[in-house]
Design a protein around this ligand. Structure first.
Ligand SMILES: Nc1nc2c(ncn2[C@@H]2O[C@H](COP(=O)(O)OP(=O)(O)OP(=O)(O)O)[C@@H](O)[C@H]2O)c(=O)[nH]1
Ligand SMILES: [Mg+2]
Length: 327
């Protein structure tokens, strides 16, 4: 029996035993694998864990295929994926209609949306994917929407300024916690067991045109401003709508970098998308795995104190920099 398994391994093993969901089991096994010491005595255990992960991954893929057939899976496209979530009738589908070419049904009555519809939203020279979902609180669709929420880059909670948006957000957070998805910006609810999926979240406060919206927005701000960006807008009247793409781009924490070959013009058509604070070395790696090794220096236009700045691999890039790699 391999000795010296750290407490984190034991904790992950406990979680594996308690987990009911395949993806949670995989996550627990992966943590066990990551924290276990590697030496001859643990070889068998290591191989055993990997085999278990492989088997469960197959099972998870089978489940995903079933979900796809039921219309509950989204292929990721664009620079980032933002999944809308919220109470019935808050205007999620209306927002997708207003900002993308997708046309999910909008109606005065609740529970209109019963499947998942992606659409592409333009922000300057890139596209960001928005995903419409059925309203929260329906047990029947929970296993399927859970998968979508867990895979999102960002969850945008849509609240309705004509009602009690603060209460609605509180309720939405409880429902998301049922999917074991929790906001990264709030303290972890330690009553949740079996693994959680921390997510960056924003609040879209819709129906800013409604009577009482201003007062309700203030209440919402008082309660949640410290934890989430709050974006007020009216999806039907258009008020504040033009700011949503840039606010969501900001929340995605990504930058656009344009590449340029020596002696040629920069490719301004298709920026490379990178996490904020990425370095020149990381940009090179993103473009081609072997590229980073061969790179000697780069020249950067845009963000530096002056243009055509010669920089090393560790130079941190800014949004919309142009980079020329030299090998
Ligand atoms: N006044 C006002 N009404 C809006 C706004 N956005 C949406 N609505 C109305 O709110 C109702 C619900 O809109 P939907 O987009 O269907 O809401 P939903 O959140 O997708 O609803 P479910 O699919 O049932 O969860 C419709 O009657 C819309 O016309 C808005 O900005 N202002
Ligand atoms: Mg809808």
């Amino acid at each position: 029996m391999p000795a010296n398994l750290p407490p984190r391994y034991k904790a992950a093993e406990e979680r594996f035993r308690a987990a009911k969901d395949v993806d949670d089991k995989i996550a627990a096994l992966q943590e066990m694998l990551a924290v276990m010491p590697r030496h001859k005595g643990t070889d068998k255990l290591h191989a055993g864990l990997r085999a278990k992960i492989a088997k469960l991954t197959q099972e998870s893929e089978r489940k995903a295929a079933t979900a796809r057939r039921a219309g509950f899976s989204v292929r990721r496209e664009g620079a980032g994926q933002i999944v809308l979530a919220g109470a019935p009738n808050t205007g999620k589908s209306q927002i997708i209609n207003a900002l993308t070419s997708a046309t999910p049904e909008v109606a005065m009555y609740p529970y209109t949306t019963q499947n998942v519809t992606p659409g592409m939203m333009r922000f300057q020279d890139i596209q960001i994917q928005l995903v419409d979902t059925p309203p929260l609180g329906q047990r029947g669709v929970r296993p399927l929407v859970s998968t979508i929420f867990r895979a999102a880059d960002i969850i945008a909670i849509v609240a309705d300024l004509s009602g009690d948006p603060a209460l609605e957000v509180e309720w939405a957070l409880t429902e998301l916690a049922e999917c074991r998805v929790t906001p990264r910006s709030m303290p972890v609810d330690d009553t949740l067991t079996g693994g959680i999926y921390p997510k960056d979240m924003v609040i879209i406060a819709n129906k800013s045109d409604a009577p009482g919206a201003f007062r309700n927005l203030n209440v919402l701000r008082l309660k949640y401003e410290a934890f989430f960006p709050i974006i007020p807008l009216s999806a039907t009247e258009g008020e504040g709508l033009e700011e949503l793409p840039s606010r969501l781009f900001e929340a995605l924490d990504i930058i656009r970098v344009y590449t340029k070959a020596p002696g040629q013009k920069a490719d301004m058509e298709e920026p490379v998308i990178l996490p904020r604070h990425s370095t020149v070395g990381e940009a090179a790696e993103e473009i081609h795995k072997d590229f980073k090794k061969g790179m000697k220096y780069a020249v950067v236009w845009g963000s530096g104190k002056y243009d055509a700045q010669t920089v090393s691999k560790t130079h941190v890039l800014q949004d919309q920099d142009i980079v020329e790699f030299h090998v």
